[in-house]
Design a binder for this molecule. Sequence first.
Ligand code: HEC
Ligand code: HEC
Ligand code: HEC
Ligand code: HEC
Length: 450
Amino acid sequence: MNPGNAVAANQAPRGSQVCIGCHAPPEQQQLSGRLLGRWLAPNITSDQVSGIGAWSRSDLLRYLREGRARGRGQAGGPMGAVVESLQRLSDAELAAIVDWLARQPAWRDPQEQVPASERGRPLADDLAVARRAVVQSPTGRARGAALYDAACASCHGADGSGSRDGLFPSLYRNSAVGRRTPYNLLAVLLEGVARTAPEGPVMMPSFDGSKGVPGGLSDEDLASVANFVLTQFGDPAAARIAAGDIGRARAGWWGPGQASSARGQLVAVGGGPGGATAACFRCHGLQGEGDRASAAPRLAGLDAHYLARQMRDYAAGTRPSGVMATIARQLPASDYQSVGLYYAGQAVPAAGARKPASDPLLLQQGAVLYALGAPDRGIAACASCHGPDRKGFNPVYPGVVQPAAYVDLQLRLWRQRLRRNDPHDLMGEVARRMTDADIRAAAAFLEVPP
Ligand code: HEC
Ligand code: HEC
Ligand code: HEC
Ligand code: HEC
């Protein structure tokens, strides 16, 4: 069967299922946007103001094909990896996704009046003047201007209009800057951009001084430059970023309490309020590598936000586990994010770290199921949501390299509707179509690192 032909008017085309997990808020199918840790997956409904209704069809096709549409936006953070994997779709399949997007209901945020990608204009001031002014008054706007001149102007242009060839985007008429909630501006300052476009690598350095990167800025300076960029090129009303907001963006945690990887490490080795019996390393391994015998999953290298959400769901009971429910209930929610940050920073097990299961036929069946699904039985390719390289699309779609016994159990829990924490039941839809033989093959295949 050719999945490209299977698109009836209201059916979701190949590749579109993955959009829902990130762009639709929990308990709602509408693509009205969702905060994912430090990144915002914006409203991509057809609304003219809050969504992408103002984008032309060719803007959208270009964005999904190349990761950028001039004068609209570019694919940073989690969207970068998605665009890389969309390279494997044909032009007709991408067009089917764009048509499907247009069919989704519009959703408007009543607080918004102007599309994010239509705000701002080129900078008229002479930055050299600002640079001199900062010597007299090293704070406020002058400081932001001087930082912009030193750190950003080389690529984004002295007036913010980017490079002529569009490789370095304009900062006005840029959705990451023009949004009322400029999460993605802070995220890109901390993370930079690293993705591969059809014509080669696309790179912006991280400016996160706390990581010791060359050219890194303090949180105070990051807040200054962000406020300058928002005032000049975005929504001036949003230019209220404080140094503490930079810390919150770094931890991907906007709730009460302070989350940090250092705090997470204490819980991982000491168990936190639950004491030594709750110490995570006892079951999940010293490096969070997981344990085949007890079916404790690998935590190392999984996304912080994904891990924190699992802890929340164990505590709430929407994800069943006697062991983990007790442990999660003992911890405050900021510690969920802390252990997440700690394990996210641990190295993923390397290829060869686990000996493949002895049955090559089973592994082969698992590999086929992973790459292609079973279209005749309505099973979508695992690769479409977990990535061709099994790294997942953070933070919604986890990387899948896990002990076979753990995978086997999870798929059965979904099949029996006992694991119910995936907000759109995307995994339940898949697992309920799988036979016992499919489950065994998937479990054997996912255990071996790629
Ligand atoms: C892993 C999470 C994730 C998935 C999956 C995902 N997106 Fe995104 N998307 C994002 C994030 C985060 C951004 C913001 C990127 C930025 O501004 O750098 C974004 C941005 C966009 C934008 C630009 C919106 C704007 O206003 O700038 C479009 C269009 C879009 N996504 C469409 C899609 C489509 C279509 C799919 C499915 C094929 C999809 N996305 C899948 C996270 C995701
Ligand atoms: C070495 C060149 C370079 C420097 C220096 C640089 N950028 Fe960028 N910037 C880029 C590139 C490349 C992209 C991504 C373009 C793409 O995805 O197609 C980008 C993207 C962005 C985006 C859009 C992010 C998104 O996810 O949509 C913003 C906002 C931004 N830069 C702001 C800044 C600011 C502010 C500074 C200074 C602190 C800065 N940049 C410094 C090269 C640079
Ligand atoms: C007594 C053994 C044990 C201890 C101690 C333990 N875990 Fe677990 N953990 C498990 C088992 C078993 C599972 C799989 C449960 C299931 O079937 O969902 C699990 C699952 C998880 C998951 C889900 C991972 C995924 O890929 O979805 C997370 C997150 C997690 N544990 C975090 C922690 C943290 C953080 C601690 C320490 C505070 C901890 N665990 C302590 C045994 C343990
Ligand atoms: C439509 C998207 C989609 C498809 C297709 C899909 N998955 Fe998933 N999968 C998810 C989501 C979303 C989660 C995370 C659920 C959560 O948040 O609790 C997940 C989680 C998982 C996990 C649990 C990882 C962990 O650490 O606990 C396994 C294992 C898994 N998927 C295997 C598969 C296999 C095998 C296939 C193909 C037969 C597949 N998935 C196809 C969306 C998908």
